[in-house]
Design a protein around this ligand. Structure first.
Ligand code: EPU
Length: 428
């Protein structure tokens, strides 16, 4: 098992390049199942969630070739069975995307119940509602979701609440259905727009992505294309917050500043300078950090995937901040870890009250999920002394080379092999 060891207190300085977006790339990779010719994806982040998606496709029979570190060739025509193998699928949430893509292509899919970060119960009732609206039936069989249809017919889909995953799956199932599908109360995240752009470049007819009504006229054939994934909004936001927390001066390059606006606005409220350029943002701090309050919301609101990192920043700000995050049940599990570093946070249900303490102190902590892990890295970079973070496999699900990128900004962060306590006990 590996862990990160960080000697904190060094202001980050320099330029960091942002990788392709995890939550876009997992959808684009799954979408290659719908493509009737080979296609190439560029700017694919080298992270474990993507490695797992590629392995799932390979195990199903697809021809997948890495052209270089971030460019992948896909020929999924050799997939003959609409079945996702058990083991890998259960470890990631995005495996549910194979339900929509396999249903769209084969009119049938078997996908093990999805896993992913432990953020609480994550039902897929809205995904199934979308499939049912297009004429599919569903059942659970041997722990897998099974969906099937004689044919998929376009229809109106109204989501009870905004959901990224169900919007993606509705698009997958509708893109080759007969006639017109209208998705209402659709999610508006940049990765939804990226998926629509990818499919449209193949010949799909999807309009309105990025608004809450998406109209899809089904097509019969999708041609091969080369397409580049958008930059990762959350990775960029994480480096913005890391720059602020260490009172550094960092240019975050290869970003779409518009996607970062909700984060930029909140950072400015805290007294952080953010300058937006065409494809980069420059973040620096030359005064005290100030409190602010925030509530997470679907895009274009403040993203839940930035809440743990931003709350960590607020532990160092002057005054009391209130953070509300009710998108998932369990997004404050990292708070106990931050308390070990001297943070003063109390949580009541979906609301955290953060009393700024100025300076955190290094401590051994754990990454309790992906974004919580990123929050621990930020805390460690800003803290006085040494922080050791274990369970870093969570962080590697979504951040490409985070330690290397941070060293490029001057951070003292090392990846070390953690002795296996049980093995030591047995041998000793
Ligand atoms: N929900 C349901 N039923 C459904 C679908 C969703 O009750 O059928 C609930 C969820 O349990 C949750 C809320 O609706 O409480 C929103 O869920 P959503 O479907 O929007 O989330 P998701 O598709 O499961 C994606 C990202 C998450 C990100 C959320 C919210 C991917 C692969 N995952 O999850 O990313 O937090 O949207 O923006 O795109 C992360 O990257 O760290 C991460 C967790």
């Amino acid at each position: 098992m590996e862990k990160f060891v960080i000697n904190g207190g060094i202001p980050l300085r320099g330029t960091v390049n942002i990788s392709g977006a995890k939550n876009a790339a997992v959808a684009l990779v799954a979408a290659t199942i719908l493509c009737d010719e080979p296609c190439i994806l560029e700017n694919v982040p080298e992270i474990s969630d993507i490695t797992k998606c590629l392995k799932i496709l390979r195990d199903m029979g697809a021809d997948i070739q890495l052209k270089d570190r971030n460019t992948v060739y896909f020929d999924t025509r050799s997939i003959t069975e609409p079945k996702v193998p058990e083991e890998l699928a259960r470890t990631m949430r995005a495996s549910s995307y194979f339900l929509g893509t396999l249903l769209g292509r084969f009119h049938e899919a078997y996908v093990p119940m999805p896993g992913g970060c432990n953020l609480g119960d994550r039902p897929i009732d809205q995904h199934l509602k979308a499939f049912n609206a297009l004429g599919a039936k569903d059942e659970i069989i041997n722990g897998s979701n099974h969906v099937w249809a004689d044919s998929l017919i376009g229809n109106q889909i109204y989501f009870d609440f905004v959901t990224v995953g169900a919007t993606m799956n509705a698009i997958f199932a509708a893109v080759k259905a007969k006639g017109m599908t209208v998705i209402e109360n659709a999610a508006k995240e940049p990765h939804i727009v990226d998926l629509a752009n990818f499919l449209n470049s193949m010949g799909a007819d999807i309009r309105g992505a990025g608004t809450d009504v998406i109209k899809i006229r089904g097509v019969e054939y999708l041609k091969g294309v080369t397409y580049a994934t958008i930059p990762d909004q959350i990775e960029a936001g994480t480096y913005m917050v890391a720059a602020a927390a260490t009172k550094g001066d960092v240019t975050i390059a290869n970003v779409i500043p518009k996607h970062l606006e909700s984060i930029t606005v909140k950072l400015r409220k805290c007294g952080v300078h953010v300058e937006e350029n065409d494809e980069s943002v420059h973040v620096w701090v030359d005064g005290p950090l100030m409190k602010t309050s925030l509530k997470t919301m679907p895009h274009p609101g403040f993203p839940t995937d930035m809440q743990p990192q931003f709350s960590t920043l607020l532990t160092m700000a002057e005054g009391t901040s209130i953070v509300t995050d009710d998108i998932f049940d369990n997004r404050f599990r990292y708070v106990a870890e931050l308390r070990r570093m001297g943070a003063d946070i109390s949580v009541d249900g979906k609301v955290a009250v953060i009393q700024g303490v100025g300076q955190l102190k290094g401590a051994p902590v754990s990454a309790t999920d992906l974004r919580a892990g990123a929050a621990m890295v930020i805390a460690g970079l800003a803290a006085q002394g040494t922080t050791e973070i274990d369970n870093i496999f969570y962080i590697e699900r979504g951040y490409e080379n985070i330690d290397e990128k941070l060293r490029g900004l001057g951070a003292d962060i090392k990846r070390v092999i953690k002795p296996d306590v049980e093995a030591v006990k047995l041998s000793g």
